[in-house]
Design a protein. Structure first.
Length: 295
């Protein structure tokens, strides 16, 4: 299948209820915030991780032209996976510091076999068997809450004692802390560069899998720490051609999110509108949920 021929931008709206959407290790794993505005933050790498995790769950198609393996995993060192590419292609190893057709062949192998490489790109120039650097066609912004959030630390107790010493002292409970956001609606934006897709081979099947992964990225990522997280809306802007028909910022401005109560505590406390009257020529506005599951 040929790489995609249309540029895309998209807007993701997701919310959290009584959970921590993205802990900050520099702040005791409290929910990330902008210190100047108190707006909540979810990093792009956090969102990409959830997309990768969903793709891992999708069964591989037999005899598929491309594979949906995931490169960025804790299972093995990345350099060993680069060496695997050389061995699979029968190339001479120890190409470090060289610019050769072998490196390009290894790079193309990684794009064919790893979904996250042909989607997000990767720096694969480390180790003795480098596979080059790939700029991915899909990039995400940080998620940012629509309104300031108010992180809380909730004290919790546990009846199961961890050490024999504490149990011998007669202690029956232990105290702990849980960091949550009572409610927050977040907005993140994304870009799909069809020019870069020509290099990585990102095609329509990959695009549909991306929409599915975004729609489901919280559904298979449940944990006690993250509370209730849901993707509420995925708005897709499809350009008529490979170079696009309007600046991304102009399209993003068409999506407006306004609260209709003083203290929002649920998604229905917001109103989301799309100003289709301001849509530039050559732009099609799509529902990402429908795109993910259309035949």
């Amino acid at each position: 299948m040929e790489p995609i021929k249309n540029r895309y931008e998209f807007v993701m709206l997701f919310d959290v209820e009584n959970g921590n959407p993205n802990g900050d290790p520099d702040a005791g794993n409290m929910p990330r915030t902008d210190p100047e505005t108190s707006l909540g933050i979810v990093t792009d790498v956090c969102l990409k991780r959830k997309i990768r995790n969903y793709v891992q769950l999708v069964p591989a198609e037999e005899n598929a032209e491309k594979q949906n393996n995931i490169l960025v995993l804790p299972d093995r060192a990345l350099n060993s996976k680069f060496t695997d590419a050389y061995r699979a292609l029968g190339l001479a190893e120890n190409q470090k510091g060289k610019i050769s057709n072998d490196v390009k062949a290894a790079r193309d192998y990684m794009c064919r076999n790893y979904y996250d490489v042909r989607t997000f790109g990767a720096v694969m120039s480390t180790g003795d068997d480098p596979c080059g650097i790939v700029r991915g066609p899909v990039q995400l912004t940080f998620g940012k809450s629509v309104d300031p959030i108010f992180p809380q630390e909730i004290t919790i107790t546990r009846q199961a004692i961890t050490t024999e010493t504490k149990h011998g002292d007669g202690n029956q409970t232990e105290m702990g802390k849980k960091s949550i956001v009572p409610y927050g609606l977040y907005r993140a934006e994304g870009f799909i560069n069809a020019n870069l897709a020509q290099t990585t081979g990102f095609d329509d099947n990959d695009l549909k899998l991306l929409w599915k992964a975004i729609v489901n990225m919280f559904e298979y990522d449940r944990s006690a720490a993250r509370g209730k997280m849901s993707l509420r809306k995925l708005i897709v802007f499809r350009h008529a051609g490979i170079l696009g028909n309007a600046p991304a910022s102009r399209l993003f401005d068409l999506v407006r999110v306004e609260k209709n109560t003083e203290v929002p505590r649920q998604y229905s406390d917001y109103t989301v509108t799309i100003d289709e009257s301001g849509k530039p020529e050559g732009i099609e506005i799509l529902d990402g949920f429908e795109e993910a599951y259309k035949e």
